[in-house]
Design a protein around this ligand. Sequence first.
Ligand SMILES: [Zn+2]
Length: 304
Amino acid sequence: MFRSIGMVLPVFVLVLSSCSRRTQRAVDPGKLQAVIGPDTARIVQAIRELDTAGVPHFWVDINLHFVAHREYGTFRRGAPGNEDVTNGLHWARLLINHANWALDSLGRSPSSLRDFEGDAHYNYRLYSDAGNLRDSFGGIWFWEPDQWVEFPYGERVLNVVLVDDGKRMLNGSACGFDFCNSVKLYGAWHNVRFEGKFGWWAFASLLNHETGHVFGLCHSFYCGNECAGIDLDPAVECHSGPCFDDCGGPNNGSCNNWLANSNNMMGYNANQNALTPCQWQRLIGNMCRSKAFYLQKRTAEILR
Ligand SMILES: [Zn+2]
């Protein structure tokens, strides 16, 4: 039950304003390109028809940042092979693996009119540049208390910032809805340190929820949801009220998505492992149109 309570926080809490950093670092545009190209019309048609064989898969290149709080701390830098959850390197891989597993196997939501089941067509991977001598842990960064948190690869990656404040135990925020490049997850270390109920699996679904916002989706209980009236009913998702009039803001208790028996990725619920066909079409269509440098088209060799 605390899951829904824990996530009642603004999507737009910005402490590390990554979007404002977007112009700070030069990247090599020659190596990076949007999927838009000669086959765009064919891809758009495939998305519209849910002909998934014709829809690209994407890599979302990420970095993870463990930000230590002077009082609340953060994960330790254990040896790479150390499989203790207090080791940030190990926990990070558990997080990414579980988030990718969820994206590979989208499920059903009893509250949806239809479900898009199976492969979401995108996954996360850590990005690292071998030439960056500061990048000791392959795209995983540890920041000391009060240290200025940098995003060393700028726009090239989507930065996942993990921080504790002693209050928020399973909360997230996203930088926006248009392929900006940071999300924040609160409370992971607290749950490990005090053996709380939210493990990496809970933060994996939270990660998918927050990146869902970054890729353009609103809350399932948002009155103006992009799929309202198509295959999603915000009133059903809200359960305890008509709907909530904010795409990504906190619902302030006016909706109870948990009691709606929803599994929707964009709701506040325990599973967050379901998307409707309309939601998926919106999300993957946005990816196809996006020019975000951290989106990379997966090649056929990788897919085999
Ligand atoms: Zn949200």
